[in-house]
Design a protein around this ligand. Structure first.
Ligand SMILES: Cc1ncc(COP(=O)(O)O)c(C=O)c1O
Length: 378
């Protein structure tokens, strides 16, 4: 790496988090690691650490992503969560990739193709993205699947894990699978990271899909829950449960100070005077921009034990106001342990999913596992 801007992935913390989840939620047979969008930006290399920590099924959103997983792991089962084009089916079969069926027509075509393939039925329970809504179609697929066109799982995606919306979705799931014997289906998976802790375990589900939680984001981490409790006490609302999970941060995004500029009063910095200096100001110039991280506008960075306000950002360069304690070569944390990803996402007014997937592939990923550091450029 010549330009010192990189995303560090703490594989030890990732494995620890998966261990926590399995310890606190031990009653599942299948722990899916959802690694769509290049493992939420962490990079597909992380898959093998996930498997080492007990993830026993990988889920992605496209055939391309599934093939990317196959390049680094030939044996872990891989499910594509969204329907793939029919032309891709033989490629999926050749690479032992499980597909999703979300319509009777697709199933019929698959059946008549003679391609030997495993599939999961997706049931739509109100997300209105993909999935079957007619119980007769679900029954038809269940009854006509065979050893060649092999039904391995049934799943749905919840839009919420609590309250009236959750109840409605669960009753739709039960209704839409009411003509089949779910106990004969090898894997039934409904929950994901953030719904897992919101309700009692669904007795007939033996799989859970884990995405964001692996990187350290629980629905209600203890520190947030405490703040929320105080707020709710004041407002009279029911306090939320704190998460059972004590998770570690996995992702740290770093750059360095490449230049320091002294700007005199009345001078400006950036195109068209993005920053007008009223007093003498020092700005640190850092080698990353919106081509590396599309959310930098208005956020802060952490340099020399302090948060610093970003004042200028370009495609490749960002500048922040600093003081004389900052030197060329100092490490810059864009997010990490001091500005946590959760805090950075709040500052950028997005959710953490968007924050971490906003680190582009121009940024190398550095995987840290104990003493071992592995750099990968996607
Ligand atoms: C179908 C499906 N399942 C599971 C997940 C994982 O979600 P989370 O990161 O909240 O665990 C996703 C992510 O978007 C998804 O689309």
């Amino acid at each position: 790496m010549f330009r010192k801007t990189y995303l560090e992935i703490d594989l030890g913390a990732l494995k620890y988090n998966i261990g926590q989840i399995k310890e606190k939620f031990p009653d599942y047979g299948y722990y899916f690691g959802v690694v769509k969008a290049n493992a939420y930006g962490a990079g597909i290399y992380a898959v093998n650490s996930m498997v080492e920590a007990g993830i026993n099924y990988i889920a992605v959103s496209s055939l391309e992503e599934a093939l990317g997983v196959r390049e680094i792991n030939k044996t872990v089962p891989v499910l594509v969560l969204e329907p793939i084009c029919f032309e891709g089916l033989s490629v999926a079969a050749e690479n032992d990739i499980t597909v999703t069926v979300d319509s009777k027509e697709y199933f019929d075509k698959m059946l008549s193709s003679g391609i030997k393939i495993k599939f999961h039925i997706k049931v739509d329970c109100g997300m209105n993205r993909f999935g079957l809504t007619d119980k007769n179609d679900v029954e038809y697929i269940f009854k006509n699947a065979n050893d060649n066109t092999c039904l391995e799982g049934v799943f749905t995606q919840l839009s919420s894990g609590q309250g009236a919306r959750y109840k409605k979705q669960m009753s739709l799931f039960k209704e839409r699978t009411s003509l089949i014997d779910l106990s004969l289906v090898k894997i039934v998976h409904i929950d994901r990271s953030l719904t897992l802790e919101q309700h009692e375990k669904i007795d007939f589900a033996n799989g859970v899909r884990l995405g964001i939680v692996m990187y350290g984001f629980a629905k209600m981490p203890p520190e947030l829950s405490m703040k929320r409790r105080i707020f709710n006490k004041l407002t009279g609302k029911k306090p939320p449960e704190a998460s059972k999970l004590k998770l570690k941060n996995v992702l740290r995004f770093y750059s360095e100070v490449l230049e320091i500029k002294k700007i005199a009063p009345g001078e400006s910095a950036g195109y068209g005077g993005m920053f007008d200096s009223k007093a003498e100001t020092l700005i640190a110039v850092m080698p990353y921009g919106f081509a590396d991280f599309s959310l930098i506008d208005k956020t802060q960075v952490y340099i020399g034990e302090k948060k610093r306000q970003i004042v200028v950002n370009y495609m490749d360069v960002t500048s922040a106001v600093v003081d004389s304690t900052v030197s060329i070569g100092d490490k810059v944390e864009i997010f990490g342990d001091n500005i946590t990803p959760r805090a950075a996402s709040r500052a950028a007014n997005v959710n953490v999913y968007k924050l971490i997937t906003s680190v582009t592939n121009r940024v190398p990923r550095v995987y840290v596992d104990g003493e071992k550091r592995t750099e990968i450029k996607y």
